[in-house]
Structures are given as structure tokens and as C-alpha cells.
Design a protein around this ligand. Structure first.
Ligand code: HEM
Length: 128
């Protein structure tokens, strides 16, 4: 069962990134595709599944944010990713700010993946 939930988690991770990346390209091109009905709904469904599967996995392996540092880092990373995503696709006024937020959100996203794989809040620390 845990393997299935992990599969859902990792699948929604990939889908969430693909959708965010594509929506950013459409934002840069000022494309009307961004306003299509499905593109306003599907990312929310995927991101909800991503969060729900993450929380379920945490419960199943009995490790929790605010208790286990790598999950605290993931949760904080997720909040920053959401905030930057909002600036990139909705709240940002200037185009340059939107693009900067889009790039920053992707950096945060890959930080979260690195934290997940290494299970440490400072996955790149050994490089220095
Ligand atoms: C953008 C947000 C997230 C991304 C990109 C992400 C990414 C990943 C990835 C790639 C893995 C697989 C790691 C591996 O196989 O070595 C993973 C596992 C995991 N994630 Fe997430 N995750 C996110 C959000 C969350 C959240 C919010 C939670 C819980 C609060 C969570 C809890 C977990 C747990 C507990 C595992 C380990 C499962 C196991 O090894 O049994 N994730 N995550």
C-alpha cells in the first residue's frame, strides 16, 4: 500500500512540475491557453493529491514535519514554492517579477526533490 501511495506521490510531483513549467511558458508568451478551463482546474487537483499523498506517506513511515528536520524542510519548501507560484502566475505585476518568481519556484522545487531523496534538510552541504 505504501508503495502505491509513493507511486502516486512521485507521479503527482512530476505532473505538478510539468504543469507549472508549461503554465510559466504560457505566462511568458501571454498565451490565452493559460485561461483555458482545464488548466485552471487540473493543477489544483494534482497539487492537492501531491500534498495528501505526502501527508499519508509521513503518517505511514511515522516521520513528521516539525519533528523530523527533512520533512520540516519539505513543508517550508512547499509553502515557498506555492507563494512563488502565486506571484509567477497570478499576483506578480511586472513581467520581470513574474519570470523571476517562476525561475525561483523551480529552484525551490528541485531543492524539495533533493531533500526528499537524501532525507536531509541540507542536501548539498557535502559539496562545500
Ligand atoms: C513540492 C512538494 C514535494 C515534492 C517535490 C516531493 C518529492 C518527493 C519525492 C521525489 C519523493 C521520493 C524520494 C525517494 O524515492 O527517494 C518523496 C518522498 C516522500 N515525501 Fe514528498 N514531495 C513533496 C511534498 C511532500 C510533503 C508536503 C510531504 C509531507 C508533509 C511529503 C512527504 C514525503 C515522504 C514521507 C516521503 C518518503 C516516502 C518513503 O520513502 O517511504 N512530501 N517526495
Amino acid at each position: 500500500m505504501t508503495a502505491l501511495i509513493k507511486f502516486i506521490h512521485v507521479s503527482t510531483v512530476i505532473l505538478s512540475y510539468a504543469l507549472f513549467f508549461t503554465r510559466g511558458l504560457w505566462m511568458i508568451q501571454d498565451s490565452p491557453a493559460l485561461r483555458r478551463r482545464w488548466i485552471r482546474i487540473v493543477p489544483h487537483v494534482v497539487d492537492t493529491l501531491l500534498l495528501a499523498s505526502g501527508v499519508t506517506l509521513a503518517i505511514r513511515i511515522r516521520q513528521y514535519p516539525l519533528v523530523d528536520p527533512w520533512l520540516t524542510a519539505k513543508l517550508i519548501g512547499l509553502l515557498v514554492y506555492i507563494a512563488l507560484g502565486l506571484v509567477a502566475l497570478r499576483l506578480g505585476r511586472r513581467r520581470s517579477a513574474r519570470i523571476a518568481a517562476w525561475v525561483g519556484a523551480q529552484a525551490v522545487f528541485f531543492y524539495i526533490v533533493a531533500v526528499a531523496v537524501s532525507r536531509t534538510p541540507l542536501p548539498f552541504a557535502s559539496m562545500f
